[in-house]
Each structure stands twice: as structure tokens, then as C-alpha cells.
Write a protein that binds this ligand. Structure first.
Ligand code: SF4
Ligand code: SF4
Length: 169
């Protein structure tokens, strides 16, 4: 593998510029749920997909002209942030209701712990700063991120005017 940045092909000819160390591995750690303790950006396609599965009146909120899955107070001690809140869809058992019941989740949830931005017309992929600090799944397995980019980067990212993921509620 070359040193970053380098180009990699994902999804049949769709390219990204990889900015992270290709030796990086990732496996989500049971019971962590840190990345589900926040609001989640929804692209327009995500909103339509979510509406096809759930009522969106309660879970979806708007901020700065964008749609997000909102956070809500959970009334429990586990799987919550310091203020006791987490993503609307994060259940008491630490599982995502959307993933578990519909085998689907918003694109932004698949991308974490990566981060996507556009530079010179190319999609660039790096590791989110917050993941270095909080994600327990980095470098704990044999599963190299660079070999599994299609699992992190849904095809819909290439169809968007702005696939930037680091937009917070
Ligand atoms: S929608 Fe599901 S995967 Fe995404 S942050 Fe919420 S609980 Fe986590
Ligand atoms: S922060 Fe990392 S290890 Fe924790 S739930 Fe999210 S992806 Fe998994």
C-alpha cells in the first residue's frame, strides 16, 4: 500500500482519496455506543428512506437548514452521553432500532469512524478527530478499513451535491 493520500476504487469505479494510514483496522466494540449518543445528519435520500420505514415527526429535527435525527433524554444510565441523552433510535439494549428492525441506517452512521469531505471534486476520506479520542474500535482487530471501504461509504455519497459528513446537530 502507498503512503496516504492515495486513490482507491469503491463501488465499481467510484473513487475516493484515502487520507488515513492504510494499516488502520476497525471493528465496532460491543456496548460502546459512543457514536450513537449524538444527533445524526440525514441526507435528503436518508430522510425519504427513513420516512418509508418510520414516522419522522418525532425523531427528525432541523438545524441550519439540514435534517437530523435528534437526541432525546433516555432516563437510563447506560448508552447515554454525560447529559443522559442519546440518538432517538438508540434503544435501552444499546442497539440501533433502525438497524435491528429495518436492516437500514442513515448513511452518516455507516461512515463513522470515517469522515468524508470534497476537495477539488474528489471525495476525500479520513478518520474523524472525535473518533481518535472516543472510538474504541480503532486498531483492535485484523479488519483493515482500506479493504472494506464499501461498507463505510454508501453509494449515495457519490450522488450528493455535498456529501460532507462532519456536520453536527
Ligand atoms: S440512527 Fe442508529 S446507528 Fe445512527 S446514531 Fe442513531 S442509533 Fe446510532
Ligand atoms: S464509537 Fe466506535 S466502537 Fe463505539 S459504537 Fe461507535 S463505531 Fe463502535
Amino acid at each position: 500500500m502507498p503512503d496516504p493520500p492515495f486513490r482507491s476504487t469503491v463501488h465499481d469505479g467510484k473513487e475516493v482519496v484515502v487520507e488515513f494510514d492504510p494499516s488502520l483496522t476497525f471493528e465496532c466494540v460491543d456496548d460502546c455506543t459512543w457514536c450513537c449518543q449524538h444527533g445524526v445528519l440525514l441526507y435528503e435520500t436518508d430522510l425519504l428512506e427513513l420516512a418509508a420505514r418510520e414516522s419522522i415527526n418525532e425523531p427528525v429535527t432541523q438545524a441550519r437548514g439540514r435534517d437530523f435525527v435528534r437526541r432525546e433524554p433516555k432516563g437510563r444510565d447506560e448508552h447515554v452521553g454525560e447529559d443522559g441523552a442519546a440518538c432517538y433510535f438508540l434503544r435501552d439494549d444499546g442497539l440501533c432500532a433502525l438497524h435491528d428492525e429495518h436492516d437500514w441506517k442513515p448513511a452518516r452512521c455507516s461512515v463513522f469512524p470515517l469522515e468524508v469531505h470534497v476537495e477539488g471534486g474528489d471525495i476525500h476520506v479520513s478518520i474523524r478527530d472525535s473518533a481518535h479520542e472516543h472510538c474504541e474500535g480503532l486498531d483492535v482487530s485484523e479488519r483493515r478499513v482500506v479493504d472494506n471501504l464499501e461498507a463505510f461509504l454508501p453509494e449515495l455519497l457519490w450522488e450528493l451535491d455535498d456529501p460532507t459528513t462532519e456536520i453536527e446537530l
